[in-house]
Design a protein. Structure first.
Length: 88
């Protein structure tokens, strides 16, 4: 099997953290990326969930801006913060 080099840029702190994690797992970065590439090629998908936090969606940001403007104008209601237990 022939080999190919792949070069890409990554934040230096992220690279260092990944190298440390790989070392803890007994891997190097090449092996980690090869595992990722093989799994992705075999399954024809990214092998983990990729999602966007809906809080930062354009619609939600517009809603929040309107809500803040309403509060600044003396309209709307201020609600108490509701604590959510993440363990449930």
């Amino acid at each position: 099997m022939s080999q190919a080099n792949i070069n890409f840029r990554m934040d230096s702190d992220l690279k260092r953290e990944m190298e440390e994690t790989c070392k803890e797992l007994g891997l190097n970065m090449t092996t980690a990326f090869t595992i990722f590439a093989k799994k992705m090629s075999r399954e024809k998908r990214i092998p983990f969930e990729v999602s966007v936090d809906p809080f930062y969606s354009e619609n939600n940001q517009k809603h929040l801006i309107k809500a803040f403007e309403a509060l600044d104008n003396g309209e709307g209601q201020v609600h108490e913060i509701i604590e959510v237990d993440e363990d449930d």
